[in-house]
Write a protein that binds this ligand. Structure first.
Ligand SMILES: Cc1cc2nc3c(=O)[nH]c(=O)nc-3n(C[C@H](O)[C@H](O)[C@H](O)COP(=O)(O)O)c2cc1C
Length: 182
């Protein structure tokens, strides 16, 4: 049995090309026995639809903090208390910066600040964004805070460049989470 069996994982999806891989990631985590709840940034919705994640996870997807029905009972706090682990994948440079600085100006950053669940971050971005001193500093802050960094991988990028910044493959992310949970 996978170490992820019965683990409650809140998957936060950010806006980047690799968001499509998050759909496969949900499938793999569910296959490993995890309960998966998806929250998306507004930008993520430009790349992949909430309907896809809802169908794969079997749960309604949260896409905004400003959801009157969900927030009637402070749904974001309830959701922030729910998971055994939060996984941000793909993690954009923007959301990584927000997490490093403790911003809470959207659903995903608010959930990550309002939780005591351990945080794992799988970055995915253009190699120049990844190597920018601002991103390097933000990653150092997260590492220093004990955030589990998964990747990024190195190789060809959707933008035509080559370098570090590829999202790890869903299997690699699931294996790394399972190793942590074991
Ligand atoms: C076509 C396209 C692809 C993008 N790919 C990425 C990416 O892979 N990684 C990244 O960090 N930002 C990427 N961006 C920029 C982000 O979408 C942008 O910084 C956005 O504000 C991120 O918002 P979020 O962190 O709330 O999801 C891309 C933008 C566009 C238009």
């Amino acid at each position: 049995m996978s170490a992820l069996h019965d683990q409650k994982i809140l998957l936060c999806v950010c806006g980047g090309i690799a968001a499509y891989k998050a759909a496969e990631l949900v499938r793999r985590m569910i296959q490993a026995g995890a309960q998966v709840q998806v929250a998306m940034t507004a930008s993520a919705g430009h790349f992949v639809s909430a309907t896809t994640f809802q169908a794969l996870s079997g749960r309604p997807v949260r896409t905004t903090l400003w959801d009157d029905a969900a927030e009637a009972a402070m749904g974001h706090i309830e959701l922030a208390r729910w998971p055994d682990r939060i996984l941000v994948a793909p993690a954009s440079a923007n959301t990584i910066a927000k997490l490093a600085h403790g911003l809470a100006d959207d659903l995903v950053s608010t959930l990550c600040l309002a939780t005591d669940a351990p945080l794992a971050v799988a970055p995915a971005m253009n190699q120049q964004m990844w190597s920018h001193p601002a991103t390097r500093a933000n990653i150092d802050v997260l590492r220093g805070r004990g955030v589990l960094l998964l990747g990024p991988g190195v190789g060809d990028q959707a933008c035509g460049e080559t370098g570090a910044g590829r999202l790890l493959e869903p299997d690699e992310i699931v294996a790394a989470l399972a190793q942590r949970a074991a």
